[in-house]
Design a protein around this ligand. Structure first.
Ligand code: PXP
Length: 245
């Protein structure tokens, strides 16, 4: 099971002062050293954390492990991706006022637009995933749109309390198994923390988790290397318990 470390919030701290530190590229290299299997970043339309220059510097620095660019399905972002060539693009919904990505991309309603959009990214040699709610209709639409993978939104699971946790977990399990059966790769992410990650990591069909906020938040206390290491260790422990992987 792979861990993609989302480095956006290193840039959030930097942008709080519009200064040069902490540098998300330095963070990406530390995460790589600590066992991250991928570096993930989100270039938002409002540039609230990652800046265009960071993207160029990330592409130059990160060669050993894949670079995953989260972005809205706009013309501007498509042109940047085709120019920079991240290893993967993950298409996410984006609203200007939101604090973070709320809900998955509605691939069902954007199908004809996304078919053309994804074809252009793939022609440029970029692998494409959609960030969707754990819903079979969204998985089917994503496959029809031409994706290589889906990333299941774990936000509702992360926010759930009481009995709802098991209900949300079951939804993710069912969607993961459906996606895998249909022949695409299944990833997951959003809102995962040191306390809620293990049940998700234990779902055998999920190949990769993308985790940002909790790792960066805890790096304030433990250092980034240790924060990445501890998250990956929890994931692998959960995995070993189910399959000896
Ligand atoms: N995956 C996707 C597609 C996201 O948009 C985000 C947030 O940028 C994450 C994973 C990471 O979420 P979090 O910061 O809550 O771990």
């Amino acid at each position: 099971m792979r861990l993609g470390v989302n480095i956006d919030h290193i840039a959030t701290i930097r942008e709080a002062r519009k200064t040069y530190e902490p540098d998300p590229v330095k963070g990406a290299l530390i995460a790589q050293d600590a066992g991250a299997d991928q570096i993930t970043f989100h270039l938002r339309e409002d540039r609230r954390h990652i800046q265009d220059e960071d993207v160029i510097r990330l592409r130059c620095a990160i060669k050993r492990i894949p670079l995953n660019m989260e972005m809205a399905a706009t013309e501007e972002m498509k042109n940047i991706a085709i120019d920079i060539k991240p290893d993967r693009v993950t298409l996410v919904p984006e609203k200007r006022q939101e604090i973070t990505t709320e809900g998955g991309l509605d691939v069902v309603n954007m199908l004809s637009y996304l078919k053309e959009y994804i074809a252009q990214l793939k022609e440029a040699g970029i692998s494409v995933a959609t960030f969707i709610d754990p819903d079979e209709k969204q998985i089917d639409a994503s496959i029809e749109a031409g994706v290589d993978a889906v990333e299941l939104h774990t936000g509702e699971y992360a926010n759930a309390t009481g009995k709802d946790i098991q209900i949300q977990l079951e939804r993710i399990r069912k969607a993961a198994s459906y996606g895998k059966k249909k022949g695409i790769s299944v990833f997951a992410g959003h809102g995962l923390t040191y306390t809620n990650v293990q049940p998700i990591a234990a779902i055998p069909e999920i190949e990769e988790l993308n985790i940002g906020h909790s790792i960066i938040a805890n790096s304030v206390f433990w250092g980034l290397h240790e924060a990445v290491y501890r998250m990956k260790k929890l994931m692998l422990e959960a995995r070993e318990n189910i399959s000896g992987e």
